[in-house]
Design a protein around this ligand. Structure first.
Ligand code: EPZ
Length: 424
């Protein structure tokens, strides 16, 4: 098991560069399966979910060549239908995009149970609704989904809930379906827009990307294309929260300002000293007072930033109230944060954060963003902390250790087999 050793209490200063978005990379990489061609995807983050996705694609016969740093040539001309290994599928949630890609390419799909962050119930009823609405026969058991469709035919579909994953899977199925598909109540996240932009470059006919209504006219085939992923707004937001809590002066580069407005507005409203420029963000820390915010689908405050904001607000001099409206039970990290001395209380779907004096402790990462929150807490704490299961953080943060050391953090990564005697 890998863990991070963190000596907190140091003011951080320096530059951090943001790479491509995890939640754009997965949809776009799976979408290449629809093209029977060659694409070049750049600004691909060095994260384990991407490596897992590339491994799944390779098992299907996709030829993947790393042609430069963070840039891959993806050749899907000779791809066979094959069931992805459960070990890979179950290591993350994004593998469910294989369903849309396989159904669109082969007219059939089969997928074992997906994994991903465990912060409560994560149904896929909206995905199944889409597949059936476009003409697929869906057989779903607890451990597997098997689908087939003689042909996919466009339809009008209104999502019962705003779902990033279901919106992505609907787009993957509809671009090669016969006729027009109208999707209503869609997710508007930048990663949905990235997918549509890539598919448009491949010859798809899509309008409304980034709005709640997306219209797709199916085409007979798609060509390959080159595409550069948008920067990861959650990675950028994570370092904005860290810098606001304990930064001396942190410069965050490689960002897309238009994606960060709600995160920026929320942190500045909490007292952060942040300047947003065209291609970078300047963050000074130590002035947080309080905030009241609730998470919401984009362009609202992202649920994927909730744990990190809570961790940063423990350094504030006032009381904050942060409500989770997307994943109502996304609070497993709170118990771990409390071990660092955080004075936080969860009532219903709202966490109240009181001024806290954080101290070193041994904590355990329960999911990707929880891990990022614990790292923020440990960096703000007086003393040495150990953050266990740090591999979960690598699912969505490339080179986090290196980036933190680059701004003066005292962080190192270690591995232990038994853990005996390592953690106080
Ligand atoms: C995606 O998850 C992201 N994962 C999540 O990021 C992110 O938190 C989430 O979108 C919201 O932005 C990937 O992109 C791989 P949803 P997803 O479908 O698609 C309900 C991270 O840390 N719902 O938008 O699974 C659901 O329960 C991860 O990077 C249904 O009811 O999320 C939730 O309340 C964590 N039925 C809401 O919709 C469905 O069929 C939003 O979920 C699907 C979802």
């Amino acid at each position: 098991m890998r863990y991070l050793q963190i000596e907190g209490g140091h003011r951080l200063a320096g530059k951090i560069e943001i790479l491509g978005a995890k939640n754009s990379a997965l949809p776009v990489l799976y979408a290449t399966v629809l093209t029977r061609s060659v694409s070049v995807i750049s600004n691909v983050p060095d994260i384990s979910d991407v490596l897992t996705t590339l491994e799944i694609l390779k098992r299907m016969g996709v030829i993947i060549t790393k042609i430069a740093e963070n840039t891959y040539e993806i050749d899907t001309r000779n791809v066979d239908f094959c069931e992805a290994p459960h070990r890979l599928v179950n290591s993350m949630r994004g593998s469910y995009y294989l369903l849309g890609a396989e159904l669109g390419r082969f007219g059939r799909a089969k997928l074992g149970e997906v994994g991903g962050c465990d912060f409560g119930e994560r149904p896929i009823d909206q995905h199944i609704k889409v597949f059936r609405a476009l003409g697929a026969t869906v057989n779903q058991t607890d451990s597997c989904i098997v689908m087939c469709a003689d042909r996919l035919v466009g339809n009008r579909i209104t999502f019962d809930v705003v779902s990033v994953g279901a919106t992505v899977n609907a787009i993957l199925c509809a671009v090669l379906a016969e006729g027009r598909t109208v999707l209503c109540n869609c997710a508007r996240e930048p990663h949905v827009v990235d997918l549509c932009k890539y598919l448009l470059r491949c010859g798809a006919v899509i309008s409304g990307a980034g709005t709640s209504k997306i219209i797709i006219d199916g085409v007979r085939s798609l060509s390959g294309s080159d595409f550069s992923l948008s920067p990861d707004m959650i990675e950028a937001g994570t370092y904005m929260a860290l810098g606001s809590a304990i930064g001396e002066y942190i410069e965050i580069g490689g960002i897309e300002p238009s994606h960060l407005f709600c995160i920026y507005k929320t942190l500045v409203g909490a007292g952060a000293d942040i300047r947003m420029l065209d291609d970078k963000i300047l963050v000074k820390g130590g002035s947080l007072h309080s905030v009241s915010v609730e998470t919401a689908p984009y362009p609202g405050f992202p649920t994927d930033m909730q744990p990190q904001l809570v961790a940063a607000m423990t350094t504030a001099d006032g009381v904050s109230h942060i409500s989770e409206r997307v994943f109502k039970t996304r609070f497993r990290y709170v118990e771990q944060l409390s071990r660092l001395g955080a004075n936080v209380e969860v009532i219903g779907d709202t966490v109240t954060v009181y001024p806290s004096r954080l101290h070193g402790a041994t904590v355990e990462t329960t999911d990707l963003r929880a891990g990022a929150a614990l790292v923020i807490g440990a960096l703000c704490a007086d003393g040495v902390s150990y953050v266990k299961n740090s591999d979960l953080i690598k699912r969505g943060y490339g080179d986090m250790c290196k980036k933190l050391v680059g701004i003066g953090a005292h962080v190192s990564e270690h591995e232990t087999v038994s853990g005996d005697g390592v953690f106080p």
